[in-house]
Ligand binder design. Structure first.
Ligand SMILES: [Zn+2]
Ligand SMILES: [Zn+2]
Ligand SMILES: [Zn+2]
Length: 332
């Protein structure tokens, strides 16, 4: 198809270059022509109109209809003539269904449209059985086995990715629990909680209710109280409670930044022993420390974000109450 049109202001660098080239090669009075081939006339008209308006309105019924009718062609044109904003609109607005998913996927690959590619893969993952009944699927099976393989691999890898993500989430949950345990240990050993605390803090003189993390804190307190009373604590590996408590103390020591004035038992001793023995922790322990340190950092970040939000809300409330006080004073 041959289509002719003129441009004054162009949103496409490709068309701009083509027009410049036509201007140089034609005499000043002759009409400059750019041929747009391979798409229906209506789609080109729609493309030119969108180029001139430089925007697409989702509230406009005609524009929505135009997108439904020529979306695929508009995507191809916006890719060819490098109109990024229109390409993005097409990728977002194109409706992918079981029937058109293969053709849309091919176009997404050709146009290097990553968002649309993922959209197609989601449809394929959700309804592969349905897609396999279509004519397009039979066509790629016969003529494009590479694409068929790519789709099947993506679906398989998606399952693996989901499993990996689930496992990582579970692991992260365990590290977050350890962070909470370490925070509770710190708070028990510095300020005390309910009936357990450091010797220099008079717990009886203060009314100490349970802390915010009491479900974790209570378990830790029981372990702390168990340790001095346990007859098997020195027999290596005999008491699981003692072993767990030692590991918590060791983990605290590995992550503690207070070198001299830490009130947590054995913090300094673990550090000194490591220095005296002159050998570092084993690989597994180093990895655990690294992961807990990261989880602690993330938890701090989360808390800071929450505090900032509370502050922002408080400031907003303050401003609105100030406004209401001022307006009531003005009324007086
Ligand atoms: Zn507590
Ligand atoms: Zn024990
Ligand atoms: Zn410490």
């Amino acid at each position: 198809m041959l289509f002719l049109f003129f441009f004054q202001a162009l949103a496409s660098p490709v068309l701009e270059r083509m027009l410049e080239h036509a201007r140089r090669s034609c005499s000043s009075n002759s009409r400059r022509q750019i041929k747009v081939l391979g798409v229906p006339c209506d789609a080109v008209l729609s493309f030119v109109r969108l180029l001139y308006s430089s925007k697409w309105r989702s509230s406009d019924k005609d524009e929505v209809e135009e997108m439904e009718k020529h979306g695929m062609h508009l995507l191809a044109l916006s890719h060819t003539y490098r109109v990024q904003w229109l390409k993005l609109v097409c990728e977002t607005c194109l409706i992918v269904s079981t029937e058109n998913v293969i053709d849309t996927l091919k176009l997404a690959k050709w146009c290097d449209a990553r968002r649309l590619y993922i959209k197609c893969m989601v449809v394929l993952t959700q309804d592969l059985a349905g897609v396999q009944c279509t004519e397009s699927w039979r066509f790629i099976q016969a003529h494009d086995p590479q694409l068929e393989l790519e789709i099947l691999q993506f679906i398989q890898e998606k399952d693996l990715r989901m499993k990996r993500m689930r496992r990582r989430k579970e692991e992260q949950g365990v590290y977050m629990q350890l962070v909470e345990v370490l925070e509770c240990l710190d708070h028990i050993c510095t300020e005390g909680c309910t009936n357990v605390g450091p010797l220099d803090v008079d717990l009886a003189s203060k009314s100490r209710g349970p802390c915010g993390y009491f479900s974790t804190c209570e378990g830790l307190q029981q372990l702390i109280l168990h340790l001095p009373l346990c007859a098997k604590k020195l027999a290596p590996g005999k008491c699981t409670h003692c072993k767990r408590m030692w590991q918590i103390f060791r983990l605290h020591s590995s992550l503690c930044a207070r070198t001299e004035f830490c009130k947590v038992p054995l913090c300094k001793q673990f550090r000194m022993r490591k220095l005296e023995e002159g050998k570092g922790d084993d690989e597994m322990w180093r990895l655990l420390v690294k992961k807990v340190a990261f989880a602690r950092f993330m938890s701090c970040l989360e808390k800071t974000k929450r505090t900032e939000e509370v502050w922002r809300k408080a400031v907003k409330c303050g401003e609105s109450s100030c406004r209401s006080v001022n307006s009531s004073q003005r009324r007086k």
